[in-house]
Design a protein around this ligand. Structure first.
Ligand SMILES: Cc1cc2nc3c(=O)[nH]c(=O)nc-3n(C[C@H](O)[C@H](O)[C@H](O)COP(=O)(O)OP(=O)(O)OC[C@H]3O[C@@H](n4cnc5c(N)ncnc54)[C@H](O)[C@@H]3O)c2cc1C
Length: 428
């Protein structure tokens, strides 16, 4: 029997809440099919609730696919692995490493599930590295009638392109097969740079490493540049994480010096200029993954790579002119173009710019002020992060949007997976 409970649900940052009639945890595909067919609708699927948009919210059924987890099979020659879609990334990294495999890239954290990562086009950084969905070779889903369907890149490449990024609106994924690579080590380096240098050398700082990113520290005139390159050396000592302590200091300075921006800039800027560069080698997931304890809300837009520096400069100008309450760093990454229809990286090498706001404070005015800059530069929002776009906008910024909607209707003709929020962002 599945585990069925009723309770109030909220996402990681607390900005989305719902009171579903049931939160159901099916044991197997047969039970999953029954719940999809007969459970109170809409049926929404949850990964680990780390999205900031109301993708998971439902007043009917929230489906928890935690029982569809673990490594089902792996092929040491082809470097492929079949994984339960409910597997959290933090568990997956261990399982793959033990099998001699590695994910080619990762985002900041490992709390998401594989299903959730594919749901919203979760990504790391690197112009030669795709988001998680580019690893997809095969996917098994329960459709809107509870029937199991399987799509593979070999036999139905278009279907994999249609469902590779799916918002939980193209059925419930139970299993995926990923193309991985042999497990590896990374050399991670971090140094503080003057912001002007970062904006000047933007392209080369992002291009000249396998993976690189910036954290721009507001009101400091500085950014942290992080780079990740394949290492042959053995793993060394991983220095203690400083991100959370750094955030606390930035918040204290914000509280004390909100009205004295010149002093805030001077203090943070001189502290950053003295930050010792960090340089260590670790196993791939040890180098990528950080802890994020301080809760925030986030907006991230994916822009054509070549306009990244220009757009970033405008965002910083607006932030520092009108929003002294912001203390969270901005995160700037690059992502390789791909062929997945609802991927924000569809046929476009990308520069991603993310802005964050303390979860205990209202982000609306700040996000409203920077979103037009992202839109002006033809940005596509991260599906899991805050934005104001609707189906009409998505139809213009995604060339294959209409085709994706046709596939969705075929998979879910009775709109079992469509909540009011999904109806707003998709053409149903
Ligand atoms: C602290 C923090 C750090 C983050 N870092 C990054 C980052 O570095 N890069 C980045 O791109 N994003 C990042 N994100 C955003 C996050 O990766 C995405 O929002 C991701 O979708 C969350 O995964 P989840 O498992 O929590 O999924 P949820 O938020 O629970 O669900 C996301 C979507 O996936 C669908 N879904 C989940 N499982 C399935 C399934 N089995 N079948 C079908 N649909 C399913 C859901 O219905 C929903 O539409 C971060 C978020 C937080 C809070």
């Amino acid at each position: 029997m599945s585990n069925i409970a009723t309770s109030t649900w909220s996402n990681w940052s607390g900005n989305v809440r719902a009171t579903p009639r049931q939160i159901a945890r099916p044991q197997d595909e047969a039970e999953l099919g029954d719940i999809i067919r007969t459970g109170p609708g809409p049926v929404r699927i949850i990964g680990s609730g780390h999205s900031f948009t109301p993708l998971v919210a439902s007043e009917g059924t929230i489906l928890d696919l935690g029982n569809f987890s673990g490594l089902k099979a792996h092929d040491a020659t082809r470097m492929t692995a079949t994984i339960g879609a409910g597997t959290p990334l933090g568990q997956l990294t261990q399982l793959l490493h033990a099998a001699g495999q590695g994910l080619p890239n990762m985002g900041d954290i490992d709390r998401q599930t594989i299903g959730g990562a594919l749901g919203t086009a979760t990504h790391g950084s690197g112009l030669g590295l795709g988001a998680y969905h580019t690893q997809l070779l095969k996917v098994r889903i329960a459709d809107g009638r509870g029937q199991i369907r399987e799509f593979s890149k070999d036999s139905q490449p278009e279907m994999v392109q249609a469902v590779g990024v799916n918002l939980g609106a193209f059925g419930a994924m139970t299993e995926v097969t990923f193309q991985n690579m042999p497990s590896y080590r990374l050399r991670r380096r971090r140094r503080a740079l003057p912001l002007e240098q970062v904006l000047q050398d933007f392209d080369s700082l992002l291009r000249s490493h396998r993976s690189a990113e910036f954290f721009v520290i507001p009101f400091s005139g500085h950014a942290l540049h992080l780079s990740y390159d394949i290492a042959e050396e053995p793993a060394g000592k991983h220095p203690p994480e400083q991100d959370e302590d750094g955030l606390k200091t930035l918040k204290t300075l914000r509280n004390v010096l909100k009205r004295v921006p010149w002093l805030r800039r001077k203090l943070i800027g001189s502290a950053l200029a003295k930050v010792k560069p960090e340089d260590f080698v670790d196993v791939w997931f040890g180098a990528y993954v950080s802890e994020r304890r301080t809760r925030f809300n986030e907006m991230e837009y994916h822009l054509p790579f070549e306009v990244g520096a220009k757009a970033l400069r405008e965002v910083i100008t607006v932030l520092e002119r009108d929003f002294p309450e912001v203390y969270f760093p901005l995160e700037i990454r690059s992502v390789m173009a791909d062929e997945i229809w609802l991927s924000p990286f569809y046929r476009r090498a990308t520069c991603s710019i993310a802005v964050h706001h303390d979860a205990a404070e209202d982000p609306a005015a700040f996000f409203r002020a920077v979103e037009p800059i992202f839109r002006k530069y033809d940005g596509r929002p991260h599906w899991g992060k805050m934005h104001s776009l609707t189906a009409r906008d998505f139809a213009t910024i995604y060339p294959r949007f209409k085709d994706a909607m046709e596939v969705r209707r075929d998979i879910d003709p009775e709109n079992r997976f469509i909540s009011p929020y999904l109806a707003k962002i998709l053409d149903v």
